[in-house]
Design a protein around this ligand. Sequence first.
Ligand code: DHB
Ligand code: FE
Length: 456
Amino acid sequence: MALDKPYLDVPGTTIFDADQSRKGYWLNQFCMSLMTAENRARFKKDEDAYLAEWPMTDEQRAAVRARDLNWMMSTGGNIYFLSKLGASDGLSFQQMAGSMTGMTEQQYRDMMVHGGRSAEGNRVVGEHGDAQGAMSRSEAWTQWDNAHQVALAAQIEAAQAPAESGASANGQATISASVYTSHVPAIGAAVDHGKTQEPYWKPLFDGYEPSKQWMKDNLPDVVVLVYNDHATSFDLGVIPTFAIGTAAEFEPADEGYGPRPVPKVIGHPELASHIAQSVIQQDFDLTIVNDLKVDHGLTVPMSLMFGQLKAWPVKVIPFAVNVVQYPVPSGARCFALGQAIRRAIASYDEPLNVQIWGTGGMSHQLQGPRAGLINATWDNRFLDRLIADPKGLAAVPHIEYVREAGSEGIELVMWLIARGAMADVAGGKAPKVAHRFFHVPASNTAVGHLILENQS
Ligand code: DHB
Ligand code: FE
């Protein structure tokens, strides 16, 4: 069981969760495309040709052609998306909803006029309400199912297998280590343009040589990479405080210099969706992002830890934190979020080796007459406390980061998410410091780096 789903026994109801969303992604995107008159006209003119433009499954295309909403929902459709299709056909929401109930339009309207369907007997599967019957389905859906009996049986078996084999037969995912590092676009440029051995850059890259070796010796399956987006994927149109990338892959962004020549980032949609489900159920309101380009905040730490490769050797779950527009989340909130992420990962039923990285910082200010501020004393104290007193460090207010570490030094709050996910915070052993490094400058920034290993 990847997701904790307390809603599976509600009769006649499909909850649109991350699994449904993944299944229905292109069906729902197709529906969204019908929000322009031009696309509606093209669709109406030649449905098959228009549908062929979308990477949907054949079943989804058949369900659309049949205009069977229950069928479309069973393949991942969500009513708000599907309603764009219904609206293109001139249907009202009442006609759409009614069409899924097995009633005639008139019967459904009469039921609504008389106060609507009762919750009595319709709360849990197996009661005796009027929504407990079989789902209404079109002739086309029945025919499809008959023609695909073998595939259907295999699907049902696969769905039942994990439940029968017992949840944790193969063990749970665990966090083995956390990694902390600054990011600076110029570091990425130095890597991409072969300048790492130049006198300015050599001392910095030398500091990451042990890290690259450590990475080879301790390669995880997945990295949860906490970083900030720098007005790249999120402009002022949408500013999520915490956002998790649940897509299968993420392209490097073009930040104005052209995209970095680094491999695309391969995600882990199942674990990411599980973390989202678990963490949101622990009352942290994550934004779920399926369409995300990753900027230097993510790709520079990857280059520092792996060097130049044709493909990244790990899967990565991007976890973006708003540190651009205030209010930004507090250190305490970040630290608590890290603890929630640790619980989420520990409840994932696959023995994945997971690392969590906290990136950004250390002291730097990129703006105004105070630009260029560096506070090596404060930075090193931050590293000391991150290792030995993370809870105390989490209580430091934003204003201290700004005064002491510069306006962009606030990126350091993200390190507390990774630190909160370590075992000692949940009562386990103190972590081992596998590597520590500090260097000034890289461009405008003090560079700090730590590797902490969980001790079993
Ligand atoms: C620099 C540092 C950053 O953290 C960033 O996002 C952009 C630039 C710099 O030091 O140049
Ligand atoms: Fe930055």
